[in-house]
Design a protein around this ligand. Structure first.
Ligand code: NDP
Ligand code: X2W
Length: 339
């Protein structure tokens, strides 16, 4: 049997990193060979809930040491931290799957406008492939840098892609009312995710200015085949639950919409996508929690199309899709280690 490929987890103490490690520990073709952290700790001390033991101590980030032991690096870092180190890995031949937002937007100026930071890796931005396999499966195997999608973004894009690809809805005025569990904000404590602040409370945030807006617009415009930009009104909410994203999406059809036909369209659009479940019941976050599934259904109400889309933010929204991307890059079955 071939030797497993080495993988590095950068930012090993975070939530997305924990899910990645958990998934990779059951991957037959991959060995977690390096974990880097600013914390001098063992992985099992950082993540006592891992269901399989891993005997690995974290080390400070060092591109040379990663390149010696790993062909692939997952960057589970905040945005700006990823683009500060991705070039050093790629120069050494390490393929990068970046979970942050640093390589998702095509245009450095749009990144600067929405993230408030200058983009410092133009070459990376040009070569990155957006890692949503359901739309870009053909491009991923040859990529050397994957821009893994955001969690709200995946739920929203997967919910809308069949309609924009078929030109069935108006391209502007699409409303995405989205909710996230608190783990979506990461493990580092912040005031709004402090228990007494968010427990027993539901709140909207970043109204009209959430950074996932241009990402959703960009990918849906591509999925529509180009032309006038698709524009969404995206409103995120924080919900006092650990995990899960739920997006309720409203779109105006260009002709008469028939629910049954739309369900058939979605089934056919995702026929080759093992992790999109087009369902007829109303989905709930509990049904996709801890899985790599995105559950979607469609309704027609008073002439509007409603799409309900939900997934686990840490798995289908982050670590699970990252492993889907790795599998495609390795030429392995896309679902390896994910069921
Ligand atoms: N949480 C979610 O649902 C999703 C998250 N993402 C994205 O994935 C990435 C990781 O998210 P998540 O795991 O939730 O975040 P966490 O805050 O849980 O973890 C991020 C880790 O990055 C390291 N880190 C933090 N700041 C810096 C810095 N300035 N320089 C270097 N390293 C730093 C820390 O690791 P250490 O202390 O070990 O060095 C930290 O634990 C982010 O870009 C996030 O936006 C994407 C989709 C969904
Ligand atoms: C609840 C919460 O705070 N969620 C995060 C999104 C998590 C995510 O997908 O972020 P990236 O685009 O950085 O990968 C937010 O709204 O910024």
């Amino acid at each position: 049997m071939a030797e497993p490929v080495g993988a590095a987890i950068v930012g090993a103490s975070g939530y997305a990193a924990r899910e990645l490690i958990q998934i990779l520990l059951r991957h037959p073709g991959v060995k977690v060979a390096v974990a880097t952290s600013r914390q001098d700790e063992r992985l099992d001390a950082l993540h006592p809930g891992l269901t399989k033991r891993i005997d690995l101590a974290c080390e400070p980030f060092d591109a040379d040491r990663i390149a010696e032991r790993a062909g692939y690096a997952f960057l589970a870092l905040p945005h700006t931290a990823s683009m500060a180190i991705a070039p050093s890995l790629r120069e050494r031949g390490v393929k990068v799957i970046d979970l942050s937002a640093d390589y998702r937007l095509d245009d450095a100026q749009v990144y600067e406008d929405w993230y408030g930071h200058e983009h410092t890796d133009a070459e990376g931005l040009n070569s990155a492939v957006y890692g949503l396999p359901e739309l870009f499966r053909q491009k991923i195997p040859s990529a050397t840098l994957i821009a893994n999608p955001g969690c709200y973004t995946s739920a929203s894009i997967l919910g809308l892609a069949p309609l924009v690809a078929e030109g069935l809805i108006e391209r502007t005025g699409i409303v995405i009312d989205a909710k996230s569990g608190v783990s979506g904000a990461g493990r580092s404590p912040k005031l709004n995710t402090h228990f007494p602040e968010c427990n027993e409370s539901l709140s909207a945030y970043s109204v009209g200015r959430h950074r996932h807006t241009p990402e959703i617009d960009q990918i849906l415009t591509t999925a529509s085949g180009g032309g006038d930009p698709v524009e969404v009104i995206f409103t995120p909410h924080l919900v006092p639950m650990d995990r899960g994203i739920f997006a309720t999406i409203y779109a105006k059809p260009l002709g008469t919409a028939v629910e049954h036909d739309l369900i058939e369209l979605y089934r056919s659009f995702y026929a080759d996508s093992p992790f999109v479940r087009v369902v007829t019941h109303l989905p709930a976050t509990k049904d996709s929690a801890y899985t790599n599934f995105c559950d979607i259904t469609v309704r027609v109400v008073r002439g509007r199309i409603l799409i309900l889309s939900c997934l686990d933010n840490l798995i289908k929204g982050a670590a699970g899709v990252a492993v889907q991307n790795l599998n495609l890059m390795l030429g392995a079955p896309e679902a390896t280690a994910l069921f």
